[in-house]
Design a protein around this ligand. Structure first.
Ligand SMILES: [Zn+2]
Length: 71
């Protein structure tokens, strides 16, 4: 896993190359920032670039009390 700090939004994400390598079947793969879409890395490969978020999502809405009765 390679880590990138997005130069546009400053968020951290990672990319990995997955899949088999086919010689001569190279294509342009981009590792786009999963937060803002900025391309942080691109390479010519037959593999697939898989991008993973490394920052915790700030979603306080998810933290709703749902059936948590501790009384
Ligand atoms: Zn970004």
């Amino acid at each position: 896993m390679n880590e990138i700090i997005c130069k546009k939004c400053g968020m951290k994400y990672g990319y990995e190359l997955c899949g088999p390598v086919y010689p001569g079947c190279k294509d342009r793969e981009n590792a786009d920032c999963p937060y803002c879409g900025e391309t942080g890395y691109s390479t010519m490969t037959s593999q697939i670039l898989v991008v993973t978020k490394l920052e915790k999502d700030d979603s306080p809405i998810e933290n709703n009390k749902e059936g948590e009765s501790d009384e």
